[in-house]
Unconditional design. Structure first.
Length: 132
């Protein structure tokens, strides 16, 4: 272990007695999956346009999904205990691990498919066509 990093036994054995240079790069996650997420939101808004009073944006839908998934932190009044608003920036895609992002995006596609009344494959296919 090196400050929270784990090196497997094979790596330790292979580098035993040698000087090792470790380079850590920041990754941004699966960009195709992230792009698909935003396209899914656009497609869902088009499909659900008659389900809302007023105009809904991808940002508003994204915030609602974060709240529904439980990753938007409620801002609570200390005096009344009332939820005043939510901190939608309390967790972002850049702070999630790839498996966490994938789980959230998969959940989103399932949630929006159910709202639209189609199966997951149909929504994913529509979004992939639009993204291409």
């Amino acid at each position: 272990f090196l400050h929270g990093l784990y090196f497997g036994p094979k790596a330790i054995k292979a580098t035993s007695g040698t000087v090792v240079r470790i380079e850590i790069k920041r990754t941004t996650g699966n960009t195709k999956r992230l792009s698909l997420y935003w396209v899914v939101l656009r497609v869902a808004i088009e499909q659900l346009s008659d389900a809302f009073d007023g105009v809904i944006s991808t940002k508003a839908l994204h915030r609602w999904l974060k709240r529904e998934y439980g990753i938007a932190t409620p801002i609570v009044s200390k005096k009344t205990g009332e939820i005043i608003d939510y901190d939608y920036d309390s967790i972002s895609f850049t702070t999630m691990t790839e498996p966490e992002r994938a789980a959230f995006i998969d959940w989103t596609i399932e949630k929006l498919s159910a709202r639209i009344g189609c199966d997951v494959t149909t929504l994913s296919t529509l979004a992939q066509r639009e993204a291409a």
